[in-house]
Design a protein around this ligand. Structure first.
Ligand SMILES: Nc1ncnc2c1ncn2[C@@H]1O[C@H](COP(=O)(O)OP(=O)(O)OP(=O)(O)O)[C@@H](O)[C@H]1O
Length: 298
C-alpha cells in the first residue's frame, strides 16, 4: 500500500505541495485529482524518490521508494510518458528495462500484448509513436516487473475513448487482483468510473477526500416522478430539504429515504439516483475554484 504523511514541497517561498496525507489500500484505485499546477506531479515525484520532500514522507509497502530492495519489481511508475528515448524502438526500451528490473524477454512480449501494442508497433522508433502509443508503452514499462503497486501520472492523456476504456479495465483488474493503484488526472470524468476513492488537491492542499460513493452522496439525491409537485410536498412534510432543479428534484437525503417516502404515498418514480456525476463535477469545480488559476482572476 501507499502511505503519504504530511508530505510538503517548497521551492523557495512557493509551496507546491502543502502537508498532504492519505493512504491507498491494496485492492483499490485512488484517483488523485486536481487542476493544472495543483501539485499532483510534484507529490508523485516525491513518492517515487525523484524529488526530495521538504518535509513529511511517503512510503510504499512500508518503505520509502529509495529503501525498496528492487523498486521495479514492487512499484510500477509512469510519470512522464514522453520522456522515453525517441531513437529507440518500444521493444528495445522494454528490453533494457527488463534487464535492470530482472525479468525475461518473454515478459516484454507479454506486457506488449497486455497494453495492445502490436509486434510491428513495438518495432517502430518511439519518435514516431502517437501520444496514445507512448502512454501504452509507459504503462507496459510500469507493469514489466509485475509490481503490486502502480503510480501513474495522467495515464489517460492522449488516449482515445476506446483507449481510456481499455485502461480503466486494466487498472480495475489490477486492483481486483489485490494491486494498489494511484493515478492522477485533471479530469474528473476520467477517473470517476474506475476510482474507489478520490483525493482532490488544489494549490498543493487536499481540499476533499473520501470514497467515491461518499463524495457522490454529498451531492444529495436526484429524483424525478410523474408528479414532482406532490412529491416535493411529501418530502417537505417529512422534513427533508428539497429543491427544484431543471429535470426534477434535488433532495438532501439518501436515495432510500426518498424512495420510501414516495412509495408510502404511491408516487411513481421515473428516476432516483445518488448525487450523480453532475454533483461530483460541481463539487470538483467548487472545491478547486478557490485554488485554481481561474480563481485568481475572480
Ligand atoms: N522544480 C520546480 N521549481 C519551481 N516550481 C516548481 C518546480 N516543479 C513544479 N513547480 C511548481 O509547482 C506547482 C505544482 O506543479 P505540478 O507539476 O506538481 O502540478 P500538477 O498538479 O501536476 O499540474 P498539471 O496537471 O498541470 O500537470 C506548479 O506551480 C509548478 O510551477
Amino acid at each position: 500500500m501507499i502511505t503519504v504523511e504530511n508530505l510538503t514541497k517548497r521551492y523557495g517561498g512557493f509551496t507546491a505541495v502543502d502537508d498532504i496525507s492519505f493512504q491507498v489500500r491494496p485492492g483499490s484505485v485512488v484517483g488523485f485529482l486536481g487542476p493544472n499546477g495543483a501539485g499532483k506531479s510534484t507529490a508523485m515525484r516525491m513518492m517515487t524518490g525523484l524529488t526530495p520532500a521538504t518535509s513529511g514522507r511517503a512510503t510504499i509497502l512500508g518503505q520509502t521508494y529509495r529503501e525498496l530492495h528492487n523498486p521495479g519489481r514492487q512499484v510500477g511508475v509512469m510519470l512522464d510518458a514522453s520522456a522515453q528515448h525517441p531513437g529507440r524502438t518500444g521493444r528495445e526500451i522494454l528490453r533494457v528495462a527488463a534487464v535492470s528490473v530482472g525479468v525475461s524477454k518473454e515478459r516484454v512480449e507479454e506486457v506488449l500484448a497486455l497494453v495492445g501494442l502490436t509486434g510491428e508497433e513495438a518495432g517502430r522508433r518511439v519518435r514516431n509513436y502517437s501520444l496514445g502509443m507512448r502512454q501504452r508503452l509507459g504503462i507496459a514499462a510500469a507493469l514489466l516487473g509485475e509490481p503490486q503497486v502502480l503510480i501513474l501520472d495522467e495515464p489517460a492523456n492522449g488516449l482515445d475513448p476506446q483507449g481510456i476504456h481499455w485502461m480503466r479495465g486494466l487498472l480495475r483488474r489490477f486492483a481486483d487482483g489485490g494491486g494498489t493503484v494511484l493515478l492522477s488526472s485533471h479530469l474528473l470524468h476520467e477517473v470517476q468510473i474506475v476510482a474507489d476513492d478520490l483525493v482532490m488537491i488544489g494549490r498543493g492542499r487536499i481540499v476533499a477526500m473520501g470514497s467515491k460513493d461518499e463524495l457522490l452522496s454529498r451531492g444529495g439525491t436526484t429524483v424525478r416522478s410523474t408528479d414532482d409537485d406532490r412529491l416535493a410536498g411529501l418530502l417537505d412534510k417529512a422534513g427533508v430539504p428539497v429543491s427544484r432543479t431543471g429535470a426534477g428534484l434535488t433532495v438532501d437525503a439518501e436515495a432510500e429515504v426518498v424512495g420510501r417516502i414516495a412509495a408510502e404515498d404511491r408516487v411513481v418514480l421515473l428516476e432516483l439516483r445518488s448525487g450523480g456525476s453532475e454533483g461530483l463535477e460541481e463539487m470538483f469545480l467548487d472545491l478547486t475554484a478557490a485554488t485554481s488559476r481561474e480563481g485568481d482572476a475572480a
